[in-house]
Ligand binder design. Structure first.
Ligand SMILES: Nc1nc2c(c(=O)[nH]1)N[C@H]1C(S)=C(S)[C@@H](COP(=O)(O)O)O[C@H]1N2
Ligand SMILES: [Mo]
Length: 406
């Protein structure tokens, strides 16, 4: 993997090889300038390919860090999200890293990565929340290619299905090489439980490919972690080192961010230590074939979108309502065109579709149910939280039935 291994007393550390001409890329002022240019170029490229930059809708977002999501309709134009249409979420400038060797068995895992802040803008409509203002497309579904973390850990003497090492290691920490202001210029980092990391069925990857091609810089080139079924924040990009630690990672994004608080907590009474870092994401769905207040001609609409749940829970059902949730019809679901969905791929989203008549000025609603019978909550108020994460409330779109003279 181009990873070097040290075993230091109780700590196991795996680090990216720093041999040959490797320079730490973001220390060089020249490289740093190039980085800025490169990420702007990437941004331009995305604009050309019609990815809607978040910056256009949200004055708080900037090109650096580069945050972008596609249009709803582009998101569902392909089951496997093309790299250009895959949302980008960064906390610092995008670094440049040398390539690595690849010498462990390669696995391809189709998994949906979702930012915990997906659908945050709608949560802010209830009461302002802090964070990047995403619409419903801060997620994507890719075929990730790479080595299983369980195999890498076995190489350094940690057997499969281990929950604690003899010296008390219980968590696996991923440290990046990027620099984030929230970490006072230090790298982005996160951890997952050792039991998950060493479970081959959890499909945690050290990925170097996305949709059959070498990972690009936006998405973590040369090596990133992909942890299926949990919020995107734990899938660390531009991996520099992996450590086995006793307590979960103490980094900013584990301890001072990406935690789910109740609606009663505000910025004056928040105590970050009272909550665990968010891992699994709950059941989610959104309508992508319609924008708010689309005018439909003849009262017939096609309602299409995605549904996905965390923790490997498949989607049992997607219900659609055209009267704000009074009555429902079940949508069809598919992962592969023409093949009925029977919880085939537990890490990947399903697309849903329903054709229906709509009354005048309809409120169209989607709600998904996962295989554990978890249902999306009806109201956003009930799950409002100050960081605006995990808005999984029923997705509602308003349409009007128009006449030809409108
Ligand atoms: N090194 C590093 N890894 C990171 C981030 C980051 O800023 N730096 N952002 C995280 C967040 S919050 C998300 S949602 C995903 C986004 O992955 P993507 O940009 O490939 O879609 O990467 C995660 N990994
Ligand atoms: Mo995120």
């Amino acid at each position: 993997m181009g990873l070097e291994v040290w075993i230091v007393e109780s700590n196991v550390r795996i680090q990216r090889s720093t041999t040959q001409s490797h320079k730490h890329p973001i220390l060089e002022p020249e490289e740093k300038r190039r980085e800025g240019v490169e990420s702007k170029k990437e941004a331009e490229k995305c604009r050309e390919s019609k990815v809607l930059l978040n910056i256009r809708k949200n004055p708080l977002a900037t090109l650096e860090p580069f945050n972008a999501e596609p249009l709803r309709s582009d998101l569902i134009s392909s089951y496997v999200t093309p790299v250009d249409f895959f949302y980008k979420r960064n906390h610092g400038p995008i670094p440049i890293v040398d390539d690595i060797e690849r010498n462990l068995p390669k696995y391809n895992v189709t998994a949906t990565l979702q930012c915990a802040g997906n659908r945050r803008t709608a949560m802010s409509n209830t009461k302002t929340v802090k964070g990047v203002g995403w619409d419903v497309a801060a997620l994507g579904n890719a075929v990730w290619g790479g080595a299983k973390l369980a195999d890498v850990l076995e190489l350094v003497g940690i057997p499969k299905l281990t929950s604690a090492t003899p010296s008390g290691g219980k968590h696996v920490e991923f440290v990046s090489i990027d620099k984030c202001k929230e970490e006072n210029g230090g790298p982005y980092k996160a951890s997952i439980p050792l039991s998950q990391a060493t479970n081959p069925d959890a499909d945690v990857l050290l990925a170097y490919e996305m949709n059959g091609k070498t990972l690009n810089r936006d998405h973590g080139y040369p090596l990133r972690v992909v942890v299926p079924g949990i919020i995107g924040a734990r899938s660390v990009k531009w991996l520099d080192s992996i450590g086995i630690i006793t307590e979960e990672c103490q980094g900013f994004f584990m301890q001072k961010d990406y935690k789910m608080f109740p609606p009663s907590v505000n910025w004056d009474n928040i105590d970050w230590s009272t909550r665990k870092p968010q891992m699994d994401f709950p059941v989610q769905s959104a309508i992508c074939s319609l924008e708010d207040v689309n005018v439909v001609k003849n009262g017939k609409v096609t309602i299409k979108g995605y549904a996905v749940s965390g923790g490997g829970r498949g989607i049992e059902r997607v219900d659609i309502s055209v009267d704000g949730g009074k009555t429902w019809v079940e949508a069809s679901r598919y992962q592969k065109a023409g093949i009925p969905y029977v919880a085939a791929n537990k890490w990947a989203w399903v697309f849903f579709e329903a054709h229906t008549d709509v009354p005048k000025d309809a409120e169209i609603v989607a709600k998904a149910v996962d295989i554990a019978a978890n249902v999306q909550p009806e109201s956003v108020e009930a799950i409002w939280n100050l960081r605006g994460i995990l808005n999984t409330s029923w997705h509602r779109v308003h349409v009007r039935v128009g006449h030809s003279n409108m």
